[in-house]
Design a protein around this ligand. Structure first.
Ligand code: GAL
Length: 890
């Protein structure tokens, strides 16, 4: 890869990344950050800023350099992250800034790439994070009410925010100290909640603003979705579209802190996808209409490791359909299309920052232009940057969802596809249109078991096969006791609130009592055909009912009513209720009151003498699982359990622990566990908590074919109907050793561990399809090419670009046709018009390389294969690891 700063960093690696980063005291010459109505002003210059959202604890520190490098290469100027209080202060007063919580290291790394950082301290962050990022102990502070004018809350919040600001200052990480931090955020979307809190909400906003400003961090603060953000705090927009957003004062710039480029998912949900064309349209419209800072939420979503998922019911993957996928691989064509978009916007930046506001021109009923023009002479600007006359950039939009439009703009005509924006850095030439995707598509696989290429020899294929890792065929097992398992249980009368007991140290809370069924009851049930039932007014997230050690029923939902039929034997019966959380609430008012477990009446119905009020009985409580308590997922501690060999014929079984050892697949490709054969539970590798898993199936209906046109919402363009929402679970390479990796699974409902496998995820095929009339290769253009009408026809000639992931090369071209090819990636076919040398030209240019580009012109393909017809080049290439086959000698 060709990152210049990345090269510098690689040199760092050879020394030691940690020494290298920490020895660099500053990353920039100290600079000031201010703003005016048009933009953030960095070191005296207004800037148009593209920001990439990456949450550091959703990846490992070993992944950070590549993620930041890929963000930079994709055109980001800024990295944005929240700060996760729950991770940094798991116990009040005891801080953790280690490993994936090493915020300082993350910020320094961003600086070392020459990127800026937007630090959203919150400390309420929402973010689909457990409890919205609040540490769960916060709810135990006497008299506390979250996010309102409440002294105990304000005291805790101030303490943490100050801690972070002080830490950043001590580490010299603010811009005026030569660090990357250009902007901060206090609170998060409080505007959505404020009215619920009445006058006290208003006071809280004022207090939060004052408190933040008094910390004297020296860079601007943002409050997102906060129309009453007090000056000088900037109110910012979050959403799928933010064009036309106006901050609450003319002196503030238009910022978009969260551009939702995909969405999150729940267990049993479909997978959301936001089309690249619509996303690019939203971004282009934002800059077209005066926006100046836009952040992708998320640019890389990553993984909710351990029990960090919020909810209830958010899945372990936080892929988010982001431009970089959960595993750190590029998600194409999204990443590439946005890269082109960013390059196009950057070509316009001089005009965008120079003009105070755009000129609006109506081009049609649903078509409009915004022109940014500056007169260089009259403004006394630098002519080497702006040209001798004037600088002019324009955006032409067609917001018609159905039809393309032909418009006339400054005497020329332009065709605008439906729901698209064309970008003209010189007000003449279109260098980009949001609906025309020139970026490659990549087809990913999670399994190397497929034959890689028909051209491979048997020896080459077996070399690859040997790298496929499957789990060892031997598994061991131990049962988790149902109900009370240890001396640390306690007995009280009544039903306790779940979180008050578990403190969220575990998902599980066992409740056990004894129910006496008399002969009279039994005959009453038989004679009247009555089945007794457990009734609970309201319950969240999962309840499992056991009678005499047998799982009798399971219910799941968020504050749902429970009516669970049960069967008793005559005499004493052990009734065990297991209450489970699946990610604490992360959104909404009064989070401190939300809690978990059971609410309202809880009773047994159907008894001869009337209902039994279970809240009057005496209950024995046990927090968590015995296996959790013994840490049997840990490398050292797992021997504490009495593991026995697992025989294939005794599965599946409920409430069971499994363990095995496996070798890491060779190479550096990301690794995933395929848990599709299991039910619900949690997984650990070498003691690292991979997360919860649940093979819950998405509804069969509701996945329509995707049309990028028209406003996006999270139910549009979903996939995966009728399949489990998640079966692959990311195991970061950093948590693996070459061999003997301990995998421990806790399974609740039953599954087949023998079918668990370890896969590697890689980009196997890449495809591109570019026509003669496509926009030019943006990576070759600079603003000066457009100054004073210098741009030539040759500069504007389109090119096709292909690239495999790092460490991969193109082994073969599976398809190439210059002419009128049909179909789509992996299903291309020749049309009537085809240049016979298409395959040989593309193969010669591309095979054996990590990336390649080819011009789209008759000259390159040996003459015009069909006069008067617009030609297209379609290519499908195969990527293989460069180390595997020795293709590097090709
Ligand atoms: C926003 C919130 C983010 C995240 C997002 C949905 O409202 O600020 O933290 O939760 O929604 O992904």
């Amino acid at each position: 890869m060709m990152f210049s700063s990345r090269r510098a960093l690689l040199q760092c690696f050879t020394v030691s990344l940690i020494t290298c980063i920490s020895s660099a005291s500053t990353f920039f010459n100290p600079f000031n950050v201010t703003y005016d109505h048009r933009a953030i002003i960095i070191d005296g210059n207004r800037r148009m800023l593209i920001s990439a959202g990456i949450h550091y604890p959703r990846a490992t520190p070993q992944m950070w350099p590549d993620l930041i490098a890929k963000s930079k290469e994709g055109g980001a100027d800024v990295i944005q992250t929240y700060v996760f209080w729950s991770e940094h202060e798991p116990v009040r007063g005891q801080y953790n800034f280690e490993g994936k919580n090493d915020l300082v290291k993350f910020v320094k790394l961003v600086g070392s790439y020459g990127l800026y950082l937007h630090l959203r301290i919150g400390p309420y962050v929402c973010a689909e994070w457990n409890f919205g990022g609040f540490p769960v102990w916060l709810r135990d502070i006497p008299g506390i009410e979250f996010r309102t004018d409440n002294a105990p809350f304000k005291e805790e919040m101030q303490r943490f925010v100050k801690k972070i600001v002080d830490l950043m200052r001590e580490e010299m990480l603010f811009s005026w100290q030569g660090g990357p931090i250009i902007m901060l955020q206090i609170e998060n979307e409080y505007g959505n909640m404020e009215s619920t809190y009445g006058q006290r909400g208003k006071e809280y906003v004022k207090w939060a603003a004052r408190m933040a400003l008094e910390l004297d961090a020296g860079v601007p603060w943002v409050m997102c979705k906060q129309t009453d953000a007090p000056d000088p705090i900037i109110d910012a927009c979050n959403g799928y579209y933010c064009d036309g957003y106006k901050p609450n004062s003319y002196n503030k710039p238009t910022l978009w802190t969260e551009n939702w480029d995909g969405w999150y998912t729940t267990w049993g949900g479909r997978l959301p996808h936001r089309p690249a064309e619509d996303l690019a349209f939203a971004v282009a419209r934002f800059f077209q209409r005066g926006g100046s800072f836009m952040n992708y939420y998320m640019y890389f979503g990553g993984t909710n490791f351990g029990r960090t998922s919020g909810g209830p019911f958010y899945i372990t993957s936080y892929d988010y359909d982001a431009p970089i996928d959960e595993y750190g691989l590029l998600s194409e064509p999204k990443w590439g299309h946005l890269k082109d978009l960013h390059a196009a916007i950057k070509l316009c930046e001089p005009a965008l920052v120079a003009a105070d506001s755009p000129q609006y021109i109506r081009l049609g009923p649903k078509q409009e232009a915004h022109v940014y023009r500056v007169n260089v002479l009259s403004e006394g600007l630098n002519s080497s940057q702006y040209g001798s006359q004037s600088s002019c950039s324009a955006f032409l939009a067609n917001i018609d969802e159905h039809r393309a439009a032909s418009v006339s703009f400054f005497g020329q005509s332009y065709i605008l596809p439906p729901w698209s924006v064309s970008i003209l850095p010189d007000c003449r030439n279109t260098v980009f249109n949001t609906a025309k995707v020139g970026a490659q598509i990549s087809i990913k696989t999670v399994d190397f078991a497929l034959p890689l290429s028909p051209k491979l020899s048997v020896a080459q294929q077996s070399m690859i096969d040997s790298k496929i890792s499957s789990i060892s065929k031997s598994w061991m097992t131990v049962k988790e006791p149902i109900g009370i398992w240890g001396e640390n249980n306690f007995t009280v009368q009544g039903i306790l609130e779940h979180l008050n007991v578990t403190k969220d140290h575990t998902d599980y809370l066992w409740h056990m009592t004894r129910i006496y069924a008399s002969e009279n009851d039994i005959s009453f049930w038989e004679e009247n055909n009555v089945t007794p039932a457990i009734m609970i007014d309201s319950m969240r997230d999962v309840l499992r009912v056991f009678i005499n050690g047998q799982l009798t029923g399971s219910v799941s939902g968020r504050w749902v009513k429970v009516v669970q039929p049960v069967k008793f034997v005559p005499g004493d019966n052990d009734l065990v209720l297991l209450s489970q959380t699946v990610g604490l609430q992360n959104y909404g008012a009064f989070l401190e009151k939300d809690g978990a477990g059971f609410r309202g009446q809880i009773k047994l119905t159907g008894f001869k003498n009337g209902d039994v009020d279970l809240s009057k009985l005496s209950w024995t409580y046990q927090v968590g699982l015995k296996g959790e308590f013994q840490k049997i997922y840990d490398i050292k501690e797992n021997i504490k359990a009495e593991w026995t060999d697992l025989m294939p014929d005794v599965i599946p079984s409920t409430f069971t622990w499994y363990k095995t050892y496996f070798d890491a697949p060779d190479g550096l490709d990301p690794v995933a566990l395929d848990l599709g054969s299991m039910g619900k539970g949690q997984a650990w590798v070498n003691g690292h908590h991979i997360g919860r898993y649940w093979t819950k199936v998405a509804p069969k209906e509701g996945c329509q074919t995707c049309d990028y046109r028209g406003a996006y919402h999270s139910d549009k363009c979903t996939t995966n109907c009728g399949k489990p929402t998640q079966i692959w679970y990311h195991v970061p390479r950093a948590w693996l050793q070459a061999s003997n990796n301990l995998l421990v699974i806790f399974e609740e409902t039953g599954g087949n561990p023998f079918e668990i496998s370890v896969k590697i995820r890689s980009t196997q095929s890449v495809c591109a399809q570019i026509s003669e009339s496509h926009y030019p290769p943006l990576w070759k253009l600079s603003h000066s090419d457009f100054v004073d009408g210098k741009i030539s026809v040759d500069d504007m000639a389109p090119e096709m670009q292909l690239r495999c992931e790092d460490g991969y090369i193109i082994s073969s071209i599976e398809f190439a046709s210059y002419g009128t090819p049909q179909g789509s990636c992996q299903a291309f076919s020749r049309g009537n018009c085809h240049a016979p040398n298409s395959l040989s030209v593309v193969s010669k240019t591309c095979v054996g390389r990590n990336s390649c580009s080819a011009g789209i012109s008759n000259a390159i393909f040996g003459g015009d294969p069909c006069r008067g017809i617009v030609k297209t080049l379609a290519v499908e290439a195969r990527c293989i690891p460069s180390s595997n086959i020795g293709f590097s000698q090709l």
